[in-house]
Structures are given as C-alpha cells and as structure tokens.
Write a protein that binds this ligand. Structure first.
Ligand code: ADP
Length: 469
C-alpha cells in the first residue's frame, strides 16, 4: 500500500503548521498593517469627536479638548455659530484645519450638514485635496461633526489627525519575517526529525521483532520505551510471544500425547484381535470387552478433539430450551453411579429445590460430565464425590467436589487451557486429553455463565453457575 510513514506524516504536519503560522504573520504584519493602522486612526478620531460632543456643555470643555488632543495626537477646533466662540488645540506640526481658510471651513460645514451631521474624509498623500491642503508627504484624516449645546448654539467640531507612513516599519518587519520564516522552517525540520525519531524508532524496532516472531521464533523479546503507549504495546507483544510459545509447546506436547493416547488403545485392539484370530481358546468375552473398551476410549478422544475444534472455530451454536437442571444432573449422576458401582465409587447429590434454566441440554450435560469424570479420576482413596446445587442471586451454582490431592496453586490458572495436563498420569486407567476443562469453559461461556475452581490438598471443588431468571 502506498501509505506515508509516520515520520513523514509528522514532518508534513509540522511544516504545514509552521507555514500557516508564518503566513498569518506575513498577512497581519506586512499585508494588512497599513489598513489596520488606518482603521485604528479613524476609530481614534471618531471617539475623540464623541468625547468632545459629550462634554460640549461642560465648563471644562477647553481642557477636555486639550487632553484629548494630546492623548490621541489630533488637532481640534470647535466653533459655536451663534456666540462665535472658538475652542482650539493645535498639537500637530502641520495641522490642516488650523491652516484652513474660513471658506474651506464653511465648505466642510456644508458637507457635514449634507451628511447628517457627521463627515469623515481620508486624504492620501497623492490625492488632489492633499495637494490643496499643501500636505504632500503624509496621509491625513479630517473629521467633522455638528452638535447643538444646551443653549441651542450650533457647534462644528473639526478634528485632524495624521496617518504616518508605515512603509518603513513594513520594510523592517519584512526583513524580520524573512529571518523568522527561515528559522521556523529549519526549526520544524529539526523538530520533525527529533519527534519522528522518538515516535517511530521504537515502533520500527517493535515491527522488526514482530516479523521475527511471525517467523515462529517465540523467544523474541520486544523492547519499547519512551512513552506509555509504546511500552504498553511492547508489554502486550511480549505477553503474546510468551503465550504463543506456551501454545506451541502445548501443541507439541499434545501431538506427543495424542500419538501416545492413540497408539496404546490401537496396539491393544490389534494385539487382542490377532490373539483372538490365531488362538481359538482366547476368543472369549473378556478379550472382546477389552477391544470394545479401547475402541470407546478412542472414540472419546476423537470426539473431544472434534468438539474443541468446533468450539474454537465458533461454528457451534446452542439450542436453548427451558429445562429442569436439577433433574438432568440427578439423572447423569444416577447413571454414573450405576456404571461405577463395581469400582465402588460413590457420587452424592444435594439440592434444595428443582430449578428451571434455559440451557442447551446436550452441551450442559457434556460440561457437567467432564467435571464429574475429572472428579472420579482424581478423587481420594475413599472414592467419594459430592455434587451440590446452590442458589444465590438468581443464579444456580453446581459444584463438583472431590477428596483428591487437589491442584497446586501455580497450576490453577492453566488448567482451563487447551491441552493442559498437570501431570501425565491418571489414577484411573483413563486417558486424558487435557481438553476436558477447556470444553467445560467453552460451553459455560457460551451459556453466559461463570465457572471456577477452589483447590486444597484435601480436594478440589469445580463449579459453574448459570442465571435462571
Ligand atoms: P484431562 O483430560 O487431562 O483431565 P482436563 O482439561 O479435564 O484434562 O483437566 C486438565 C488438568 O487439570 C488435568 O490434567 C488435571 O491435572 C487437572 N484436574 C482437572 N480436574 C481435576 C481434579 N478434580 N482434581 C485434580 N486435578 C484436576
């Protein structure tokens, strides 16, 4: 795929980001500076006029005018038409309004009247009027406003401010911006390089190790540091590698076990069959029974293997029906008791009341049966097994308790794994595949139930629980 690497993405992002920053700087500092400055000056002159008009009736009108004039660097003249009073403040070196002829002022008064009492004119230094007013080097603004005081005397407020040329400033800024642009680009390149190295280097390392892992080298170690996500990813990959190597050794063990488990009954079957064929005296019921028993073991082994692969691939679905779980357990136990009577095994069942649960009967019997078979295989000398049905919080809990030697604590988490066997020999002459508990786990999980085990050196309790309402 034509994907861009993380390194380049960071680089492009940083360059893009700095370009936008530099572009904004250019726009504001160079391109729009003149307009900004003009707008500020226009607003300043308007607000000066506003303040004067507010103070038109004040005794301190003159000092207000002088203050404003100094503060905002504007020249001001206020004429009262009836009284003929003139208030003036001249702070500019070449003020236009103080140099205007009376005719010009009357002209401005007329224009202001036509413009509903407010008039603003911006003169650029090359305009004709600027020449008329004899100002050649600077832009300037004339603002006039007509206002009536409390005595009904009409006054013309006339203001003038100069807009100094910003070209020199712009030139200085432009040179500065050339440096800033250059510096930003170099800085982004360095930063992109450092960040991408810090971010992508550990990922590249992990990727390299993952490729080695994919080739089947489960001893691969992942080293990822620098930031949280990477060390978490590396921990996960280390864990995965560990689990994969466990599965791999279990798989090899399973092949060895299964071959052994298949070979033993097959040797017996073919051995006994040959004896029965060759020696008519050996052609008896007992020998035929051995062949039947060994064939059954083979069938169980093959069925377990088929079941587990179906559960693992997720093709198995449940056929759920409301069933009396207490009856089902009791019947299974009765059958088992009858079957094991000769071997003197005793399975007891205790329950308070019968419970209806939605289950897939066949699958649930299979799960329970696997727990029961394990309990029979591992229980103590007394050959006793207890099955308990309890009810708590709308859940029915079935426990299968044996009196065997229990399971070592460090082995407990693994017994539910596929192909796991604590030790390879069973007390009873029943071959285990290490699949029984894994089948239990799959079935109970498919029923959305819970399962678990408590174990001490005087016995184990395997349990599962299902919601029944
Ligand atoms: P297996 O076919 O070997 O019994 P399981 O998946 O049923 O396979 O059990 C896995 C391992 O858990 C067994 O090999 C055994 O060591 C241990 N185990 C299961 N049930 C019991 C039990 N009731 N008491 C002691 N150990 C048990």
């Amino acid at each position: 795929m034509n994907e861009i690497s993380l390194k380049w993405k960071i680089f492009i992002f940083l360059i893009g980001f700095s370009s936008i920053l530099v572009m904004l700087l250019w726009l504001f500092q160079v391109v729009f500076l003149n307009n900004f400055y003009k707008t500020i000056k226009i607003n300043e002159i308007k607000s000066s006029a506003k303040t004067i008009s507010k103070n038109i009736d004040s005794d301190r009108l003159l000092s207000t005018i002088q203050d404003i004039s100094i503060q905002n660097n504007v020249c001001v003249e206020v004429f009262f038409s009836n009284s003929g009073d003139v208030y003036s403040s001249d702070v500019l070196r070449e003020c236009t309004i103080h140099k205007m002829s009376i005719l010009d002022k009357i002209n401005i008064l007329n224009i202001t009247e036509q413009n509903e009492g407010k008039y603003l004119e911006y003169f650029t230094n090359d305009s004709n009027q600027a020449n008329i007013y004899n100002k050649k080097n600077q832009d300037f603004i004339i603002y006039s406003q007509i206002i009536t005081n409390k005595n009904g005397d009409v006054a013309l407020i006339l203001l003038n401010s100069v807009v100094s040329p910003v070209n020199a400033t712009v030139n200085t800024l432009r040179i500065q911006l050339y440096y800033i642009t250059g510096f930003t680009i170099i800085f982004s390149i360095i930063l992109a390089f450092i960040i991408s190295r810090r971010v992508s280097h550990p990922i590249e390392m992990l990727n390299k190790s993952a490729k080695i892992l994919a080739k089947g080298n489960y001893e691969t170690k992942f080293y990822g540091s620098g930031y949280k996500e990477i060390s978490e990813l590396s921990d996960t990959l280390n864990y995965t590698a560990k689990e994969l190597s466990k599965v791999e050794s279990l798989r090899q063990e399973l092949i060895a076990n299964i071959s052994h488990d298949l070979r033993t009954p097959l040797t017996l079957i073919s051995g006994y069959a040959e004896v029965m064929r060759d020696l008519p005296s050996e052609n008896n019921k007992e020998n035929a029974q051995i062949i039947i028993d060994e064939t059954r073991k083979l069938t169980t082994l093959v069925n377990d293997l088929l079941d587990i692969s179906k559960f693992q691939s997720g093709v198995e679905t449940l056929f759920m029906e409301e069933k009396n779980i207490t009856n089902i357990i009791e019947t299974t136990i009765d059958r088992m008791n009858k079957f094991l009577k000769k071997e003197k095994y005793q399975i007891d069942f205790s329950y308070k009341k019968e419970i209806l649960v939605k289950i897939d009967e066949t699958k649930l019997i299979q799960a329970f049966y696997n727990l029961l078979i394990n309990a029979i295989n591992y229980t103590g000398e007394d050959k006793k097994i207890f099955v308990k049905q309890e009810i708590c919080d709308n859940k029915v809990k079935i426990s299968v308790i044996d009196t065997g030697l229990g399971i070592e604590e460090d082995k407990l988490p693994y017994i539910w794994d596929r192909y796991y066997k604590v030790d390879k020999t069973h007390k009873r002459a029943v071959t285990g595949t290490g699949l029984g508990l894994s089948i239990v786990k799959s079935i109970i999980e498919m029923h959305q139930g819970e399962y678990g085990v408590y174990s001490t050196n005087s016995g184990s309790t395997f349990w599962f629980s299902l919601k029944y309402k």
